[in-house]
Design a protein around this ligand. Structure first.
Ligand SMILES: NC(=O)c1ccc[n+]([C@@H]2O[C@H](COP(=O)([O-])OP(=O)(O)OC[C@H]3O[C@@H](n4cnc5c(N)ncnc54)[C@H](O)[C@@H]3O)[C@@H](O)[C@H]2O)c1
Length: 315
């Protein structure tokens, strides 16, 4: 068995820039929509009362990937990350493991990247200002990717003032309260999803919402009324309707499959995106393994081209 490269957190981020991540994640949605890339539904393994593990496989371009990752909301209070785990990237033709990657950095990068992809596809062309509600790990990468996509200045909002301030200082954005944040053209919610941060009365015409924090059963960042008032998009219907921001409205029979468009179809031009300058669009991101595959593939290429170093192990 040849030596297996292992990319730690910093190596992943050195291997793939936010701009590349955006381009790769966009392409992954197109390949998935075409049927060239495949992905079974993610499997949740509850670990009460701490959180849950997710097993997320995907295959495409001769590669196969498995991400084994957590969402443990109480971890930050113990000085540990909410999201942590490992990705194994293999050769899809002979099964050989090709690379192990830190799952936290890949997840952060691909989650931020999809926010930029969705904003470009669904927000009005003149949208500029961006709110980050929840300035933890994924909020920070969402802001970095939006900035790389040309959005900003933005408002950083978080009950932890130091988190909001650090992100605002890094990007030259400002710190604001919830009302300041809700005044932006793009609103990205990336809180733990344990309390609602958006109601229908908070929204104004033409806004675009990226709902990123509610990525599992029982989480929500918007009221059912807010969801109902928007034109709805998601990353993947099965996942979003069972464990995302749309779940409450689907459960109550207020939203059905017919009312929700998948992002890949909009990118491919087979379904309409925003219908008017006035409507409020909402993109529900639950996080797809094809996004992870997009980043892992780019990281593998970067290592093979000698642009980054990696530690190696033999199995
Ligand atoms: N959609 C996806 O693909 C995807 C990917 C990864 C993580 N997630 C989810 O995103 C969420 C955040 O993950 P993280 O790793 O960034 O967590 P984190 O703990 O690093 O950050 C969460 C931040 O939200 C802040 N916050 C809490 N309540 C808030 C409120 N009411 N208003 C504003 N801010 C508030 C916290 O202070 C913290 O800074 C989790 O639920 C996680 O499961 C989604």
């Amino acid at each position: 068995m040849p030596e297996l490269p292992v990319l730690d957190h910093d190596s992943v981020l050195a291997a793939v820039s936010p701009a590349q991540a955006i381009e790769r994640v966009r392409a992954a949605f197109l390949r998935f929509t075409d049927g060239e890339w495949t992905m079974p539904s993610k499997v949740y393994l509850d670990s009460p009362p701490f959180g849950d593990f997710r097993a997320m496989p995907a295959r495409g371009d001769g590669l196969a990937l498995l991400k084994w990752v957590t969402s443990f909301p109480g971890n930050p209070s113990r000085g540990l990350p909410t999201v942590t785990g490992v990705i194994c990237l293999s050769d899809a033709r002979n099964g050989e493991p090709l690379m192990l990657l830190d799952a936290r950095s890949v997840t952060a990068l691909r989650t931020g990247a999809v926010a930029a992809v969705a904003a470009r596809a669904l927000a009005p062309a003149d949208a500029r200002t961006a709110a980050i509600i929840g300035c933890g790990l994924h909020g920070a990468w969402t802001a970095r990717c939006l900035a790389a996509a040309g959005y900003g200045p933005g408002v950083c909002h978080d009950p932890r003032p130091e988190a909001a301030q650090a992100l605002a200082s890094e990007l030259g954005w400002s710190v604001g309260d919830r009302v300041d944040a809700l005044g932006c053209d793009l609103i990205c919610c990336i809180t733990p999803g344990s309390e609602v941060v958006i109601d229908a009365s908070d929204l104004r015409p033409g806004q675009h919402l990226n709902m990123l924090g509610a990525d599992g059963p029982g989480k929500a960042e918007a009221t059912v009324g807010a969801v109902e008032s928007c034109t709805l998009f998601c990353d993947e219907w099965e996942q979003a309707s069972h464990g995302g921001e749309l779940m409450g409205a689907v459960r109550d029979g207020i939203v059905t499959r017919r009312q929700v468009t998948e992002l890949g179809a909009v990118l491919a031009g087979t379904a309409p995106g925003r219908g008017s300058a006035e409507e409020v669009t909402l993109f529900d991101s639950t996080g797809l393994a094809i996004q992870d595959l997009a980043i892992a593939q780019a990281a593998l290429e970067s290592w093979r081209e000698g642009r980054i170093d990696a530690q190696t192990i033999s199995l």
